[in-house]
Design a protein around this ligand. Structure first.
Ligand code: NAD
Length: 245
Protein backbone atom coordinates (compact mmCIF):
# COMPACT_ATOMS: atom_id res chain seq x y z
CA UNK A 1 0.00 0.00 0.00
CA UNK A 2 1.04 3.61 -0.52
CA UNK A 3 3.26 3.05 -3.54
CA UNK A 4 1.79 6.16 -5.21
CA UNK A 5 1.30 8.33 -2.12
CA UNK A 6 1.15 12.01 -3.03
CA UNK A 7 1.15 11.37 -6.77
CA UNK A 8 -1.39 12.57 -9.33
CA UNK A 9 -2.19 10.18 -12.19
CA UNK A 10 -4.08 11.01 -15.39
CA UNK A 11 -5.54 7.90 -17.04
CA UNK A 12 -7.06 8.28 -20.51
CA UNK A 13 -9.85 5.86 -21.41
CA UNK A 14 -10.25 5.13 -17.70
CA UNK A 15 -14.02 4.70 -17.66
CA UNK A 16 -13.88 0.90 -18.08
CA UNK A 17 -11.60 -2.02 -18.89
CA UNK A 18 -7.91 -1.78 -18.10
CA UNK A 19 -7.99 1.96 -17.46
CA UNK A 20 -10.70 1.48 -14.83
CA UNK A 21 -8.63 -1.18 -13.03
CA UNK A 22 -5.58 1.10 -13.14
CA UNK A 23 -7.64 3.93 -11.64
CA UNK A 24 -8.91 1.68 -8.82
CA UNK A 25 -5.47 0.24 -8.04
CA UNK A 26 -3.66 3.59 -8.22
CA UNK A 27 -6.21 5.19 -5.86
CA UNK A 28 -5.81 2.26 -3.44
CA UNK A 29 -2.06 2.90 -3.55
CA UNK A 30 -2.47 6.54 -2.52
CA UNK A 31 -2.72 8.43 -5.81
CA UNK A 32 -5.17 11.11 -6.79
CA UNK A 33 -6.62 9.78 -10.02
CA UNK A 34 -8.00 11.74 -12.93
CA UNK A 35 -10.06 9.54 -15.25
CA UNK A 36 -10.76 10.81 -18.74
CA UNK A 37 -12.92 9.21 -21.42
CA UNK A 38 -15.59 9.82 -24.05
CA UNK A 39 -17.95 7.51 -22.10
CA UNK A 40 -19.34 10.02 -19.62
CA UNK A 41 -21.75 7.78 -17.70
CA UNK A 42 -19.20 4.98 -17.21
CA UNK A 43 -16.48 7.46 -16.32
CA UNK A 44 -18.59 9.25 -13.72
CA UNK A 45 -19.65 5.91 -12.24
CA UNK A 46 -16.07 4.65 -11.97
CA UNK A 47 -14.92 7.90 -10.34
CA UNK A 48 -17.81 7.87 -7.89
CA UNK A 49 -17.15 4.19 -6.99
CA UNK A 50 -13.54 5.07 -6.20
CA UNK A 51 -14.57 8.08 -4.12
CA UNK A 52 -12.79 11.29 -3.18
CA UNK A 53 -9.47 10.22 -4.72
CA UNK A 54 -10.94 10.21 -8.24
CA UNK A 55 -12.40 12.76 -10.64
CA UNK A 56 -13.75 12.34 -14.15
CA UNK A 57 -13.30 14.65 -17.15
CA UNK A 58 -14.92 14.21 -20.56
CA UNK A 59 -12.04 14.03 -23.01
CA UNK A 60 -11.54 12.85 -26.58
CA UNK A 61 -7.85 11.97 -26.96
CA UNK A 62 -7.90 12.84 -30.67
CA UNK A 63 -8.40 16.54 -29.87
CA UNK A 64 -5.35 18.64 -29.00
CA UNK A 65 -7.64 21.37 -27.63
CA UNK A 66 -9.26 18.86 -25.25
CA UNK A 67 -5.86 17.64 -24.06
CA UNK A 68 -4.92 21.26 -23.31
CA UNK A 69 -8.10 21.91 -21.34
CA UNK A 70 -7.87 18.63 -19.37
CA UNK A 71 -4.24 19.23 -18.45
CA UNK A 72 -5.03 22.84 -17.45
CA UNK A 73 -7.93 21.62 -15.30
CA UNK A 74 -5.82 18.95 -13.57
CA UNK A 75 -3.01 21.42 -12.88
CA UNK A 76 -5.51 23.96 -11.52
CA UNK A 77 -6.97 21.32 -9.20
CA UNK A 78 -3.88 19.35 -8.16
CA UNK A 79 -0.90 21.51 -9.15
CA UNK A 80 0.98 18.58 -10.68
CA UNK A 81 0.79 15.49 -12.91
CA UNK A 82 3.20 12.72 -11.90
CA UNK A 83 1.85 9.90 -14.04
CA UNK A 84 0.22 9.79 -17.47
CA UNK A 85 -1.29 6.50 -18.62
CA UNK A 86 -2.05 6.78 -22.34
CA UNK A 87 -4.57 3.94 -22.27
CA UNK A 88 -7.50 5.06 -24.48
CA UNK A 89 -7.78 2.92 -27.57
CA UNK A 90 -10.10 1.28 -30.08
CA UNK A 91 -9.91 -2.06 -31.86
CA UNK A 92 -11.47 -3.27 -35.11
CA UNK A 93 -10.71 -6.37 -37.14
CA UNK A 94 -9.69 -5.54 -40.71
CA UNK A 95 -7.19 -7.01 -43.17
CA UNK A 96 -5.05 -4.94 -45.53
CA UNK A 97 -7.27 -5.59 -48.54
CA UNK A 98 -10.59 -5.05 -46.77
CA UNK A 99 -9.94 -2.07 -44.47
CA UNK A 100 -11.23 1.24 -45.80
CA UNK A 101 -9.11 4.36 -45.63
CA UNK A 102 -11.61 5.89 -43.20
CA UNK A 103 -11.42 2.85 -40.88
CA UNK A 104 -7.62 2.91 -41.00
CA UNK A 105 -7.44 6.62 -40.24
CA UNK A 106 -9.91 6.32 -37.35
CA UNK A 107 -7.79 3.73 -35.54
CA UNK A 108 -4.59 5.69 -36.14
CA UNK A 109 -6.32 8.85 -34.93
CA UNK A 110 -7.27 7.40 -31.54
CA UNK A 111 -4.46 4.91 -30.85
CA UNK A 112 -1.49 6.76 -32.36
CA UNK A 113 -2.31 10.49 -32.60
CA UNK A 114 -4.04 10.30 -29.20
CA UNK A 115 -0.83 9.02 -27.57
CA UNK A 116 1.28 11.62 -29.35
CA UNK A 117 -1.03 14.44 -28.24
CA UNK A 118 -1.06 13.13 -24.67
CA UNK A 119 2.71 13.14 -24.45
CA UNK A 120 2.87 16.54 -26.13
CA UNK A 121 0.43 18.00 -23.61
CA UNK A 122 1.92 16.52 -20.42
CA UNK A 123 5.68 16.23 -21.01
CA UNK A 124 6.44 19.99 -20.81
CA UNK A 125 5.00 20.03 -17.28
CA UNK A 126 6.95 16.90 -16.26
CA UNK A 127 10.16 18.32 -17.78
CA UNK A 128 9.68 21.52 -15.79
CA UNK A 129 9.25 19.51 -12.57
CA UNK A 130 12.16 17.21 -13.45
CA UNK A 131 9.94 14.23 -12.63
CA UNK A 132 7.27 12.04 -14.15
CA UNK A 133 6.36 8.67 -15.60
CA UNK A 134 4.46 8.15 -18.85
CA UNK A 135 3.08 4.70 -19.63
CA UNK A 136 1.82 4.14 -23.16
CA UNK A 137 -0.44 1.14 -23.68
CA UNK A 138 0.63 -0.66 -26.84
CA UNK A 139 -0.14 -4.37 -27.42
CA UNK A 140 1.43 -7.66 -28.47
CA UNK A 141 0.24 -6.37 -31.87
CA UNK A 142 3.05 -3.79 -31.51
CA UNK A 143 5.64 -6.57 -31.14
CA UNK A 144 4.77 -8.90 -34.00
CA UNK A 145 2.82 -8.99 -37.25
CA UNK A 146 -0.88 -9.44 -36.57
CA UNK A 147 -2.83 -10.57 -39.64
CA UNK A 148 -6.38 -9.29 -39.89
CA UNK A 149 -5.75 -6.15 -37.89
CA UNK A 150 -3.62 -3.97 -40.17
CA UNK A 151 -4.56 -0.57 -38.73
CA UNK A 152 -4.53 -1.68 -35.10
CA UNK A 153 -1.12 -3.29 -35.50
CA UNK A 154 0.29 -0.21 -37.22
CA UNK A 155 -1.01 2.04 -34.45
CA UNK A 156 0.50 -0.14 -31.72
CA UNK A 157 3.91 -0.38 -33.44
CA UNK A 158 3.78 3.43 -33.64
CA UNK A 159 3.11 3.65 -29.90
CA UNK A 160 6.13 1.44 -29.25
CA UNK A 161 8.35 3.58 -31.49
CA UNK A 162 7.11 6.92 -30.12
CA UNK A 163 7.72 5.64 -26.61
CA UNK A 164 11.38 5.03 -27.35
CA UNK A 165 11.90 8.36 -29.14
CA UNK A 166 10.18 10.37 -26.42
CA UNK A 167 12.02 8.45 -23.68
CA UNK A 168 15.36 9.50 -25.17
CA UNK A 169 14.16 13.11 -25.52
CA UNK A 170 13.23 13.48 -21.85
CA UNK A 171 15.50 11.06 -19.96
CA UNK A 172 17.89 13.89 -19.05
CA UNK A 173 15.04 15.70 -17.31
CA UNK A 174 14.19 12.85 -14.93
CA UNK A 175 11.11 11.85 -16.93
CA UNK A 176 10.50 8.24 -17.96
CA UNK A 177 8.41 6.84 -20.85
CA UNK A 178 7.68 3.11 -21.21
CA UNK A 179 5.22 0.95 -23.11
CA UNK A 180 3.07 -1.94 -21.93
CA UNK A 181 2.23 -4.75 -24.34
CA UNK A 182 -0.82 -6.72 -23.15
CA UNK A 183 -1.88 -9.96 -24.77
CA UNK A 184 -5.51 -11.12 -24.57
CA UNK A 185 -7.24 -9.26 -21.75
CA UNK A 186 -10.78 -9.74 -20.47
CA UNK A 187 -12.29 -6.28 -21.12
CA UNK A 188 -15.07 -4.96 -23.36
CA UNK A 189 -12.43 -4.68 -26.11
CA UNK A 190 -11.23 -8.26 -25.56
CA UNK A 191 -14.86 -9.36 -25.86
CA UNK A 192 -14.61 -8.67 -29.61
CA UNK A 193 -12.55 -11.88 -29.99
CA UNK A 194 -15.41 -13.84 -28.40
CA UNK A 195 -17.99 -12.04 -30.54
CA UNK A 196 -16.05 -12.91 -33.70
CA UNK A 197 -15.87 -16.56 -32.61
CA UNK A 198 -12.06 -16.63 -32.64
CA UNK A 199 -11.26 -16.64 -28.90
CA UNK A 200 -10.53 -20.39 -28.71
CA UNK A 201 -8.18 -20.15 -31.68
CA UNK A 202 -6.41 -17.10 -30.25
CA UNK A 203 -6.00 -18.72 -26.83
CA UNK A 204 -4.18 -21.63 -28.51
CA UNK A 205 -1.38 -19.09 -29.06
CA UNK A 206 -1.24 -18.25 -25.34
CA UNK A 207 0.95 -20.74 -23.43
CA UNK A 208 -0.77 -20.12 -20.09
CA UNK A 209 -4.06 -20.93 -21.84
CA UNK A 210 -6.29 -18.15 -20.58
CA UNK A 211 -7.06 -14.44 -20.89
CA UNK A 212 -5.68 -12.06 -18.27
CA UNK A 213 -7.86 -10.09 -15.91
CA UNK A 214 -7.49 -6.34 -16.47
CA UNK A 215 -6.03 -5.94 -12.97
CA UNK A 216 -3.09 -8.14 -14.00
CA UNK A 217 -2.13 -5.40 -16.47
CA UNK A 218 -2.89 -2.69 -13.92
CA UNK A 219 -0.31 -4.18 -11.54
CA UNK A 220 2.38 -3.76 -14.21
CA UNK A 221 1.20 -0.19 -14.84
CA UNK A 222 1.49 0.45 -11.09
CA UNK A 223 5.11 -0.71 -11.14
CA UNK A 224 5.93 1.61 -14.06
CA UNK A 225 4.03 4.53 -12.52
CA UNK A 226 5.83 4.15 -9.20
CA UNK A 227 9.43 4.92 -8.31
CA UNK A 228 10.09 1.17 -8.08
CA UNK A 229 10.84 1.31 -11.84
CA UNK A 230 13.06 4.41 -11.58
CA UNK A 231 15.85 3.03 -13.82
CA UNK A 232 13.53 1.82 -16.60
CA UNK A 233 12.77 4.03 -19.58
CA UNK A 234 12.20 3.52 -23.31
CA UNK A 235 11.39 -0.14 -22.67
CA UNK A 236 8.68 -2.60 -23.60
CA UNK A 237 6.97 -4.43 -20.75
CA UNK A 238 5.05 -7.49 -21.91
CA UNK A 239 2.09 -9.04 -20.07
CA UNK A 240 0.85 -11.71 -22.45
CA UNK A 241 0.87 -15.15 -20.77
CA UNK A 242 3.82 -16.14 -22.96
CA UNK A 243 2.13 -15.31 -26.29
CA UNK A 244 5.21 -13.66 -27.82
CA UNK A 245 7.80 -15.93 -26.17
P1 NAD B 1 -11.93 -0.91 -23.54
O1 NAD B 1 -12.64 -0.73 -24.82
O2 NAD B 1 -12.57 -1.66 -22.45
O3 NAD B 1 -11.47 0.51 -22.95
C1 NAD B 1 -10.93 1.51 -23.77
C2 NAD B 1 -11.44 2.84 -23.28
O4 NAD B 1 -10.92 3.86 -24.17
C3 NAD B 1 -12.96 2.94 -23.32
O5 NAD B 1 -13.46 3.40 -22.09
C4 NAD B 1 -13.21 3.92 -24.45
O6 NAD B 1 -14.39 4.70 -24.29
C5 NAD B 1 -11.96 4.79 -24.38
N1 NAD B 1 -11.78 5.54 -25.62
C6 NAD B 1 -11.94 5.10 -26.90
N2 NAD B 1 -11.76 6.11 -27.76
C7 NAD B 1 -11.47 7.21 -27.02
C8 NAD B 1 -11.19 8.57 -27.34
N3 NAD B 1 -11.16 9.01 -28.61
N4 NAD B 1 -10.92 9.44 -26.32
C9 NAD B 1 -10.96 9.00 -25.03
N5 NAD B 1 -11.24 7.75 -24.67
C10 NAD B 1 -11.49 6.86 -25.66
O7 NAD B 1 -10.52 -1.57 -23.92
P2 NAD B 1 -9.32 -2.13 -23.02
O8 NAD B 1 -9.13 -3.54 -23.36
O9 NAD B 1 -9.44 -1.71 -21.61
O10 NAD B 1 -8.13 -1.33 -23.73
C11 NAD B 1 -7.26 -0.42 -23.08
C12 NAD B 1 -5.98 -0.31 -23.89
O11 NAD B 1 -5.33 -1.58 -23.94
C13 NAD B 1 -6.22 0.08 -25.35
O12 NAD B 1 -5.21 0.99 -25.76
C14 NAD B 1 -6.10 -1.23 -26.08
O13 NAD B 1 -5.74 -1.05 -27.43
C15 NAD B 1 -5.03 -1.92 -25.28
N6 NAD B 1 -5.03 -3.39 -25.41
C16 NAD B 1 -6.12 -4.15 -25.12
C17 NAD B 1 -6.03 -5.53 -25.22
C18 NAD B 1 -7.19 -6.46 -24.88
O14 NAD B 1 -7.10 -7.66 -25.14
N7 NAD B 1 -8.25 -5.99 -24.26
C19 NAD B 1 -4.82 -6.13 -25.62
C20 NAD B 1 -3.74 -5.33 -25.91
C21 NAD B 1 -3.84 -3.96 -25.79
Amino acid sequence: MGRLDGKVALISGGARGMGEQEARLFAAEGASVVITDVLDDDGKQTASDIGAAATFHHHDVTSEAEWTSVVDAVLAEHGQIDVLINNAGIFRFGATTTTTEAEYRQIIDVNQIGVFLGMKAVLPHMIERRSGSVVNISSVAGLMGSPGMIAYGASKWAVRGMTKAAAKEVAGFGVRVNSIHPGIIDTPMGQQFDDAGVMAMVLQQVPVGRQAEAVEVARLALYLASDDSIYSTGSEFVVDGGMTA
